[in-house]
Design a protein around this ligand. Structure first.
Ligand code: NDP
Ligand code: 8X3
Length: 250
């Protein structure tokens, strides 16, 4: 079995790479940080008896995405599972003070990047009349919260795409699922606050956030249901977070 994980250099994607490797899947891992991809490949291939292919590209660039997928050999193109995970939030500002470059970064990565790779990989899956696409949405794709505007909009778009790609791919035997997490402690908040680690730490202060492994385990469970079962959608939250905005801090 082969799984392609976008954004495997960190957080949820990296944890998922470990879990699927441990369970004998061959991996195609992507991201922009080439050294991290190479280190991860070496570690996974050494620890588990699997093969890992690295594809270094910026998912916002449709040509780079196409070149990367075209560079796979015919065996690697037999992708069983695509995890659409690469994504980010940039900033946390009101609509009237948001930065346009933040908006573009989020829209280009979370929506357009997901579309570019899904279009290419779904066509490969159609050729084999099977496959599974697992989209990483967010609680921000189910609810809006103050100053989350454009990030919430991109994740609402992922929610809509998850539903509509399931319809389009139904005749081709392709499963489509999504998982929508609340707070997971990864590099997410460091990226959102542009390297301000103190501010990022405060997001998780006084709570026990989800760990990337919690999400990886849930993705793995979704991916390993019997052939006739599809998990459409899961919302997964830390115990101390009731919804986007109601958080119990100790
Ligand atoms: P991380 O910042 O730890 O990981 C994000 C990954 O996405 C990295 O591997 C990064 O790789 C990749 N990525 C980002 N931008 C690009 C790009 N332009 N091209 C290619 N790859 C890119 O965050 P998480 O693990 O938390 O995030 C993973 C997903 O989970 C995201 O879609 C996020 O929205 C979602 N999510 C996160 C939650 C959280 O609280 N952490 C909660 C709900 C959903 P590189 O930098 O090497 O390119
Ligand atoms: C990440 C979770 O609540 O920071 O998608 O938007 S949240």
């Amino acid at each position: 079995m082969t799984i392609l994980i976008t954004g495997a250099t960190s957080g949820i994607g990296r944890s998922s790479a470990f879990l699927f490797a441990k369970n004998g899947y061959n991996l195609i891992i992507t991201g922009r940080r080439v050294e991290r991809l190479q280190t991860l490949k070496e570690k996974l291939e050494k620890e588990f008896r699997i093969t890992v292919c690295t594809l270094c590209f910026d998912i916002r660039n449709a040509n780079e995405v196409e070149q990367a997928i075209n560079s796979l050999n015919s065996e690697q193109k037999k992708i069983d599972i695509l995890i659409n995970n690469a994504g980010l939030a940039a900033g946390l500002s009101s609509i009237q003070s948001g930065k346009i470059n933040h908006w573009e970064q989020m829209i280009d990565t979370n929506i357009k990047g997901l579309l570019y790779i899904t279009r290419l990989v779904s066509n490969l899956m159609i050729e084999q009349n099977s496959g599974h696409i697992i989209n990483i949405g967010s609680i921000a794709g189910k609810e809006a919260y103050a100053n989350g505007n454009v990030y919430c909009a991109t994740k609402h778009a992922v929610d809509a795409l998850n539903k509509s790609m399931r319809i389009d791919l139904l005749p081709h035997g392709i499963k489509v699922s999504s998982i929508n997490p609340g707070m997971v402690e990864t590099e997410f908040s460091i990226v959102r606050f542009e390297g301000d680690t103190d501010r990022a730490k405060k997001v998780y202060e006084g709570i026990e956030p989800l760990k990337p492994d919690d999400i990886a385990e849930t993705i793995y469970w979704i991916a390993t249901r019997p052939k006739h079962v599809n998990i459409n959608d899961i919302i997964i939250m830390p115990l101390m977070q009731a919804n986007s905005t109601t958080v119990l801090r100790k």
